[in-house]
Design a protein around this ligand. Structure first.
Ligand code: NAD
Ligand code: UDP
Ligand code: UDP
Length: 321
């Protein structure tokens, strides 16, 4: 018998890569998504596979299905998307987690939570280790996402303590790759789209702020290792690439790889934009024997190829709400 896995947010960027990987690994996949930021195009190639079942559903409503494992990824992830309807963002993290945890409890199923480095907020500690409690503004424009994800972690740990649920909480740092949404405003997709179209590259602030970018295949490998880890490992475990780069350096790298004539322009830094972000992945190295393998140049090349193809074939499924 194949093991049945539920992926919430399965039609999104990370979710669709996870569905691919799970099907390749011999699982029977139920992909639940309300297509808020994900697209049917991301999973179109899986339609017709007898071990893939798409289901349109909003996780803020109860869900009664039968599965053996659950990956909870449902939640808009880019600032433009999660700030578009901030109340729905908090509901997705909080009500959505309650429903999916209730489901896991009824089924006694192991459950993975896609948490985020945003739980650290604009950190005073660098790099961020899992025991750092974070510095998050509870009332700002990013709070719906950051505090929603923090509350989701609280719920996961309370279901673990109160109902002995097997939880696996991963704190994901910036991840990029094919199937990122072209209009989601995230820096890698923005810079690539601008470079390919010859538009100005928009640097927010002075461009000296840093991030650490992980290629999607490495991240999905981390998810699987976390889910399959020993029962006692609840996390949170940081997953990300520790190679830190400034936004100016990123822009220059993308201009070089696309051979683009685009110019850099400077725009105001968004509110509460963290200055630095870099994961300490010692715990993932130790407990999961995991670390990223794909270099930034290789990962960016794959992502650039994806966007080039996308611009050659207009896809109406990529239109945003
Ligand atoms: P994404 O926006 O591409 O995927 C999220 C998916 O969830 C979409 O398909 C969306 O339609 C779906 N969704 C949203 N609200 C829903 C709801 N109420 N019910 C059902 N489905 C819903 O984003 P992503 O980058 O693939 O992120 C996936 C998860 O990983 C998110 O939980 C995100 O917070 C987390 N994460 C991602 C990153 C990153 O760099 N990509 C970093 C940290 C955390
Ligand atoms: N729930 C669900 N699917 C299930 C079981 C529960 O969606 O298979 C939802 C249910 O709507 C409930 C929530 O999960 O509100 C939390 O469930 P739990 O059993 O923890 O709490 P209770 O039902 O006692 O409120
Ligand atoms: N950024 C930028 N230009 C853009 C989009 C983003 O300079 O066109 C910056 C943004 O201000 C932030 C960094 O790039 O400092 C990463 O932004 P992203 O939204 O991708 O991720 P997050 O802020 O959530 O880490």
């Amino acid at each position: 018998m194949k093991r049945r896995v539920l992926v919430t947010g399965g039609a999104g960027f990370l979710g669709s890569h996870l569905c691919d990987r799970l099907i390749n690994d011999g699982f029977d996949v139920l992909c639940v998504d309300n297509y808020y930021t994900g697209t049917k195009a991301n999973v179109a190639h899986l339609i017709g596979n007898p071990f893939f079942e798409p289901m349109r559903h909003d996780v803020t409503f109860p869900l009664y299905v039968e599965v053996d494992q659950i990956y909870n990824l449902a939640c808009p992830a880019s600032p433009i998307h999660y700030q578009h309807d901030p109340i729905q963002t908090t509901k997705t993290s909080v009500h959505g987690s309650i429903n999916i945890l209730g489901l896991a409890k009824r089924l006694n199923a192991r459950i993975f939570q896609a948490s985020t480095s945003e739980v650290y907020g604009d950190p005073e500690e660098h790099p961020q280790q899992e025991q750092y409690w974070g510095r998050v503004n509870p009332i700002g424009p990013r709070s719906c996402y950051d505090e929603g994800k923090r509350c989701a972690e609280t719920l996961f740990f309370d279901y673990h303590r109160q109902h002995r649920l097997e939880i696996k909480v991963a704190r994901i740092f910036n991840t990029y790759g094919p199937r990122m949404h072209p209009n989601d405003g995230r820096v890698v997709s923005n810079f690539i789209v601008q470079a390919l179209q010859g538009d100005d590259i928009t640097i927010y602030g002075d461009g000296m702020q840093t991030r650490s970018f992980c290629y999607v295949d490495d991240m999905i490998e981390g998810f699987i290792r976390m889910m399959e880890s020993e029962a006692g490992l609840t996390g949170p475990v940081n997953l990300g690439n520790p190679d830190e780069i400034s936004m100016l350096e990123l822009a220059e790298t993308i201009l070089r790889l696309t051979d683009s004539p685009s110019k850099l322009i400077f725009k105001p830094l968004p509110t509460n934009d963290p200055r630095k972000r870099q994961p300490d992945i010692s715990l993932a190295r130790e407990k999961l024997s995991w670390e990223p393998k794909v270099t930034l140049d290789d990962g960016l090349r794959e992502t650039i190829e994806y966007f080039k193809k996308m611009f050659q074939t207009f896809d109406p499924a990529l239109t945003l709400p």
